[in-house]
Design a protein around this ligand. Sequence first.
Ligand code: 4AD
Ligand code: MG
Length: 465
Amino acid sequence: SSASVREILSGRVAAGTAVTVQGWIKTRRDSKAGLSFLAVSDGSCQDNIQVVAPNTLDNYDTEVLKLTSGCAVRCSGKLVASQGKGQGMEIEGAKVEVVGWVDDPETYPIQPKPHTMEFLREVAHLRPRTNTFGAVARIRHTIAQAIHRYFHEREFFWVNTPIVTASDCEGAGQMFRVSTLDMLNLPRTDKGGIDWSKDFFGKEAYLTVSGQLAVEGYCLALSKVYTFGPTFRAENSNTTRHLAEFWMIEPEIAFADLNDDANLAEDFLKYIFNAVLNERGDDMKFIADRVEKSAITRLEKFISAPFERIDYTQAIDILKKAPKKFDYPVEWGNDLQTEHERYLAEEHIGRPVVVMNYPEQIKSFYMRLNDDEKTVAAMDVLAPGIGEIIGGSQREERLDYLDRRIQQFGLNPDSYQWYRDFRRYGTVPHAGFGLGFERLVVYVCGLTNIRDAIPYPRTPGHAEF
Ligand code: 4AD
Ligand code: MG
């Protein structure tokens, strides 16, 4: 019967059983004794299975000896304990069927040798065949599953908020406009210059930067909800931490304040890291051996230490007293830059920090104004090694305050009537946060560039594949 390499190597198939594996050749080695050793991967786990093909096979000379890295094969034989050390099991190849050849093996981009991450980004469609990107893909999957499980077990409901929207959640003007090419079947409302997106939706429409505003409506009915979906930002920052298309997880809780929000963020992150260590131990070990030495120990440290919580104002004090020279000035009222965030989390405190209560003018319009009227109930979770990983806040639940902030930020109140309704009908204190999924993957996998944390990265100048 057909089995995955993971099933076989984890001991779920008994020795002596006849098995079939299907996968791709990593390497082929031929012995003088007339045996070829094929390392076959099916991506189910980090390890390959060794298939031993004898020269008595009908297609030994015509096919087996021509197999190169990347060829697809179906191998059937008896599962036996391996003679060599290392691998526990191997397949005595009774049959090796070639399912797909590699055209031109010399120029096949994924050779069995180390490649740079830069090179692999240029062949993002083939990079999942490498050990590193296989591991990242499996870890990314495990994190996503753990996220859904975490919320499901705590009676949060997953809400699918729209990708096309008219509201700019962050009010930062970083939205991609949606338009359409084929308008033949649509009524044209504009006789002059045709505004395609207006023609379709009746107003300007954009790709969402966050599902938060929409999910607040579900929070104020179902109490505990979250989103998990793609978000888009036209920020022209070509950095190792920003993508134009990324996935975000946004829980939102009713009858909750900023402390509840910070508690949720801490409990949630620790749960996810625990799940990855428990469920992807083999891939995490590979990451620790080959990508980032401290990958496992820093997650363990993260799980065992309580997060530090400080006010923005305290953070500014710490930064002002720092023995270090920063590129960006440290001044109460300025937003924290990555260098400041990393100094706080890595050098000063040495563990994750929640910075709370930021100046109201540098944060979004929907955040709740504190009694001092100078700060809002916002928080950022800063992690050593990456900086901001989570941004969240208690929302302004008072209509008059919200209206003032909409005005102060120069937003069009007409676009937010529906959002104002939440404050008109049964308003309650509520809070939530956004976690950038790829920032989390970068952190867990010890990557240095966010372009390696998503299968097909979109950044300024890049939308290939
Ligand atoms: O801090 P942000 O902008 O917060 C929001 O969008 C809120 N509406 C979230 C909420 O309260 N529901 O973004 C949240 C997180 C950041 O902390 C970061 O991890 C990630 O999203 N993020 C990005 N990740 C990759 N590329 C980008 N361009 C990102 N921008 C934000
Ligand atoms: Mg933020």
